[in-house]
Design a protein around this ligand. Structure first.
Ligand code: MF3
Ligand code: CO
Length: 248
């Protein structure tokens, strides 16, 4: 079932989303070569708690981190460790938290120092794909319109679209109906209604779309070892568009 949120519920999600945004800005300011991913996770945990929110990732099906931190060929669900970031890396911070039981979810991939043009293009084009998907969001549109727009943008830039992982509804649960694949057909699927809330999140690869899972049973990596990027916002459907809840 795809729920419609009341104004009160959206206000709580807007708050969870704003703290999520501030957490991104805070962690971005701490990123530098030499910091370990565990240090980033610890900073995230403190920030979330000090702002009256609760990490939605910690303990999710046993997930051990406060946020997900994925480096280079890691697509999603990387766990903070003693790995040090270095110049030329890209790192995805995927932050989910709740406020009074309402969740927000937002991811972005950041450069460490100077990165190759290939990596910069991957970042730019994955963000572009997120906004291509968002541009389709409004009451009356179809879910497939979002998926198709993301896929079309990814393919125009010759990027691999990860098929095993999807965007999703979000609200009192981190993951609600519907699944929102990053590929699909225009004009098909669920009709969007005002007050639906979605986490839209293209995960795009510089090489193959195929992924595998590491021995930690969490970290998803690209099969060919090439880099991957991930941008995600939580949004609410409006009559004539959408509002980003994980923004300023
Ligand atoms: N934030 C992820 C998403 O975008 C989910 C993280 S769940 C975890 O849906 F357990 F891996 F943290
Ligand atoms: Co998500």
């Amino acid at each position: 079932m795809v729920s419609i949120k009341s104004d009160r519920e959206i206000e709580l999600m807007r708050h969870a989303g704003h703290i999520n945004y501030l957490c991104h800005k805070y962690l971005e300011s701490k990123l530098r070569s030499g910091i370990t991913t565990k240090e980033i996770d610890d900073l995230a945990g403190k920030f979330i708690t000090e702002h009256g929110c609760v990490s939605s990732s910690l303990g999710y099906e046993g997930y051990p981190g406060n946020i997900c931190i994925s480096v280079n060929d890691e697509v999603v669900h990387g766990i903070g460790s003693n790995r040090k970031l270095k110049n030329g890396d890209i790192v995805t911070l995927d932050i989910s938290m709740s406020y009074k039981g309402y969740h927000s979810d937002s991811a972005a991939t950041y450069p460490i120092g100077t990165i190759t043009k290939d990596k910069q293009d991957l970042l730019d084009h994955t963000k572009e794909a997120l906004y291509a998907g968002l541009s389709k969001v409004k009451a009356g549109a179809k879910l497939g319109d979002i998926s198709h727009a993301i896929e079309t943008c990814a393919h125009r830039h010759k990027l691999g679209v990860v098929e095993e992982l999807c965007g999703h509804g979000i609200g009192t649960e981190l993951h609600e109906d519907p699944d929102i694949p990053n590929y699909g057909e225009e004009g098909v699927g669920l009709t969007l209604k005002k007050g639906m809330t979605f986490a839209i999140e293209p995960m795009l690869n510089l090489g193959t779309k195929h992924v595998c899972i590491l021995d930690d049973d969490w970290t998803i990596v690209t099969e060919d070892g090439k880099p991957s990027a991930h941008f995600e916002h939580t949004v609410v459907v409006l009559d004539d568009g959408y509002e980003i809840l994980t923004g300023e």
